[in-house]
Design a protein around this ligand. Structure first.
Ligand SMILES: Cc1cc2nc3c(=O)[nH]c(=O)nc-3n(C[C@H](O)[C@H](O)[C@H](O)COP(=O)(O)OP(=O)(O)OC[C@H]3O[C@@H](n4cnc5c(N)ncnc54)[C@H](O)[C@@H]3O)c2cc1C
Length: 268
């Protein structure tokens, strides 16, 4: 069955990292009042390439729902089609448009909110920004129910840390929001965390278990337990390229975590 295509009009485009050629794009959808979605979901964008072939690519929604607007965070990919098509859109005059369908996806916040470790690399930060905006809305309220929320964001260089000021401001405001940008190829003057995201995930899990007096590895959950009876006090949300996602999943399962505690989205 053909999916309903929506026309999204570009309102604003900002290059948020020159070195990584990453763009923050804001769109409004024509002819609707609202564009509802769950933070963490993605839209599918559709366009015809130079050979006349219809191409579809997924892009995570990079903001919490607000009216008929949505935001994306897109990196140029060398020799890629769609990422460059989006990066080349012009928001001058009436605004370029794209065709999208959605929202789609199950990479969404589990309810009730528990302690959560959000782990992203590169543009994998997009759905995390949406989830964080839901937990800590712009009106200053707090929907996190006092749970500890860690955002571990791995990139090579400080110049590739997208939305850094936003997350730093939120962390300064909410003592239960912990922003951990970690660089794998940090410049000498970088004073923050270094290394790969996996190392920080492991440290957080170990420190938390010690603080709460929980055993590590955690006891295995009986495979016959009905889903409704599965209650976890912490979840991890992982988004980025497959290699990183697999590495973090391995780290967490090594601590005895159950697969249902680990929610992930792979971009490749
Ligand atoms: C659920 C989901 C959500 C996504 N959300 C985002 C998002 O928010 N922002 C975003 O920028 N991308 C996102 N992606 C990736 C996106 O869908 C495209 O794969 C990406 O933009 C490249 O498409 P392209 O047409 O430019 O490249 P293509 O023409 O498809 O590929 C060109 C070349 O680039 C390589 N390549 C493809 N994808 C990537 C990649 N992600 N990184 C590095 N090299 C790649 C290919 O191997 C190929 O050699 C998401 C993917 C999924 C599955």
């Amino acid at each position: 069955m053909a999916r309903e295509l929506l026309t999204a009009r570009l309102d604003r485009k900002v290059c948020i990292s020159e070195s990584a050629q990453c763009f923050h794009l804001e769109f409004s959808i024509d002819g609707v009042k609202e564009f509802p979605f769950a933070p963490g979901q993605f839209i599918s964008a559709v366009a015809v390439d130079a050979a006349g072939k219809q191409q579809t690519r997924a892009y995570s929604l990079a903001s919490a729902p607000h009216g008929k607007q949505f935001e994306l965070c897109v990196n140029r990919v060398k020799d890629g089609f769609f990422s460059n098509h989006l990066a080349d859109l012009s928001d001058l005059d009436s605004g370029d448009t794209i065709q999208v369908h959605g929202p789609h996806g199950l990479f969404t916040l589990r309810e009730p909110v528990t302690d959560s470790i959000l782990i992203a690399t590169g543009t994998g930060i997009a759905p995390m920004r949406s989830i964080v905006q839901k937990l800590f809305p712009a009106d200053g309220s707090d929907q996190s129910q006092g749970k500890d929320i860690w955002l571990i964001y791995g990139t090579r260089h400080a110049s590739d840390l997208y939305f850094r000021e936003e997350f730093e401001a939120l962390a300064a405001k909410h003592s239960n929001f912990h922003y951990l940008p970690t660089l794998s190829r940090a410049e000498e003057n970088w004073t923050g965390p270094r290394g790969y995201v996996q190392e920080h995930v492991a440290r957080i899990v170990e420190e938390r278990a010690a603080r709460l007096g929980q055993p590590l590895p955690q006891p295995t959950v009986d495979a016959n337990t009905p889903p409704a009876d599965l209650k976890f006090d912490i979840h991890a949300y992982i988004c980025g390229l497959n290699r990183m996602v697999s590495g973090v999943r391995d780290t967490l399962t090594g601590f005895g975590w159950n697969g249902k505690q680990i929610i992930y989205e792979r971009y490749d």
